[in-house]
Design a protein around this ligand. Structure first.
Ligand SMILES: *[C@@H]1O[C@H](CO)[C@@H](O)[C@H](O)[C@H]1NC(C)=O
Ligand SMILES: *[C@@H]1O[C@H](CO)[C@@H](O)[C@H](O)[C@H]1NC(C)=O
Ligand SMILES: *[C@@H]1O[C@H](CO)[C@@H](O)[C@H](O)[C@H]1NC(C)=O
Ligand SMILES: *[C@@H]1O[C@H](CO)[C@@H](O)[C@H](O)[C@H]1NC(C)=O
Ligand SMILES: *[C@@H]1O[C@H](CO)[C@@H](O)[C@H](O)[C@H]1NC(C)=O
Length: 389
């Protein structure tokens, strides 16, 4: 006989669970549950518990295939495995995957930030998906000497439940090869309104993917030809290689807290299709700077705007870390492409393996000879009149 009080308790517990699941809280911006893989599995990490044969259990994550928790300092074939942050990360074997379900707002735009390193093969890649959306991120190019990079990928939530999946699509002969991932976070993005006097959306780059406060090397934005689902709202990365999203905590940024560093020469292009009136004179203005990351000069960007393409060198005033540049152009249609890439392939002076480049910020496109200046004068006169009255 089970005492009725116990049944009562069980029922209320059930009710509580039910209420809880009905009001599943939306995922918060920041790290996913155990997104840094530092939470010990029941029984501890295998190094502490001895090698176990069964499938690994990683708190917060579902796995399929050979998924291994690797530890910093762990060696393999004489090489020390790279753990991006903390003491642990996971490695995905051939065709292996890890996934976590998060509650999201249906229809909203989200960006996933994660760090990845390759282990042996030159051609390792990672398939990031929230089905049906997916992207394969090529880990071939190493952008920094530390051996790992942080990337962002965006998706639009088709449902209120999103399963974030990382899969190694590789089929290496050596089953102990495969990418290492760490530090997985999510952020709900918003698309800033187009300012009244500027045709560029998010021209100051303030809205973008999640960045860990101590992520000193920025976040790479890989190829993304879909302007609707971009980790950098409004912008596309229309090249094979990535551009880097940087913050003012670790880089010199011309305006606000965020900017973009063009670090892949002609292979790292950001662009936006801006709304224009056909056959009108426009002016594109932007800040061109250096990121304060010891990037070896010269720095220069190639800028495209309508019928113009110009090569602009970074030549700031003595004490400034950036300059303002402009390009006059005539629009040809209702939409005009504005694009930037770095003219040179730059590396840091203190480390010739880390890529860097010019920093672009505060991009504006406005009708030139627009009424702005005259209007300012008019406003001033009106103010004078009002003050006199
Ligand atoms: C695990 O992956 C295999 C092969 O990709 C697939 O056939 C199987 O259905 C997956 N299992 C689960 C539980 O998802
Ligand atoms: C990536 O994974 C998704 C979901 O598993 C799949 O639909 C997609 O085809 C994969 N993409 C590539 C390039 O393998
Ligand atoms: C940042 O630093 C804190 C505290 O030092 C640490 O707990 C966290 O894991 C770090 N995150 C990253 C991404 O390095
Ligand atoms: C540059 O900065 C130095 C030291 O802060 C100052 O002495 C100098 O006048 C500045 N030069 C200009 C052109 O502003
Ligand atoms: C663009 O035109 C304005 C005048 O409308 C002029 O002040 C500016 O120098 C021009 N910019 C370039 C790069 O020619």
């Amino acid at each position: 006989m089970v005492p009725s009080s116990t049944i009562c308790f069980r029922l209320s517990l059930l009710a509580l669970l039910f209420a809880f699941s009905a009001a599943a809280a939306l995922v918060e911006d920041g790290e996913l549950v155990n997104g840094d893989f530092e939470t010990p599995p029941t029984g501890g990490f295998s190094s502490e518990a001895g090698i176990s044969d069964g499938p690994v259990s990683i708190p917060g994550w579902k796995t399929n295939g050979t998924v291994e928790v690797v530890e910093s300092g762990q060696k393999q074939g004489g090489m020390i495995l790279i753990v991006p942050q903390g003491a642990h990360a996971v490695r995905l074997g051939n065709d292996a995957e890890i996934s976590q379900e998060v509650a999201v707002e249906k229809g909203a735009l989200y960006s996933v930030t994660f760090s990845a390193a390759r282990t042996c093969a030159q051609l390792e890649s990672l398939n990031v998906s929230v089905p049906p959306a997916s992207q394969t991120i090529d880990l071939q190019t190493l952008y920094s000497i530390q051996g790992w990079d942080t990337y962002a990928w965006a998706f639009q939530a088709a449902e209120a439940e999103a399963r974030v999946v990382f899969r190694n699509p590789g089929m290496e002969d050596d089953p102990t090869c495969g990418p290492i991932i760490d530090d997985i976070a999510i952020k709900k993005l918003f698309v800033p309104d187009r300012p009244k006097d500027n045709a560029v959306v998010n021209g100051d780059f303030e809205e973008g993917p999640w960045m860990f406060r101590n992520e000193s090397l920025g976040v790479l934005l890989p190829t993304n030809l879909d302007e609707e689902t971009s980790s950098l709202p409004g912008w596309m990365v229309e090249s094979n290689r990535a551009v880097r999203y940087v913050d003012s905590n670790h880089f010199t940024v011309p305006g606000g807290k965020r900017a973009v560093e063009l670090l892949s020469g002609k292979e790292g292009i950001i662009s936006q299709m801006v709304e224009t009136k056909p056959n009108k004179p426009y002016r594109l203005t932007f800040s061109l700077g250096q990121g304060g990351d010891a990037c070896k000069q010269p720095l220069a960007v190639m800028v495209f705007a309508g019928d113009q393409a110009e090569n602009i060198h970074y030549t700031p005033d003595s004490n400034s870390t950036f300059q303002t540049a402009n390009v006059n152009f005539t629009s040809k249609a209702e939409r005009t492409r504005v694009a930037f890439y770095s003219v040179y392939y730059n590396t840091r002076t203190d480390d010739l393996s880390s890529l860097c480049g010019p920093v672009v910020d505060d991009v504006r496109v406005e009708l030139s000879g627009s009424s702005k200046a005259r209007f300012g004068g008019l406003g001033f006169m009106l103010l004078m009149v009002l003050m006199l009255v």
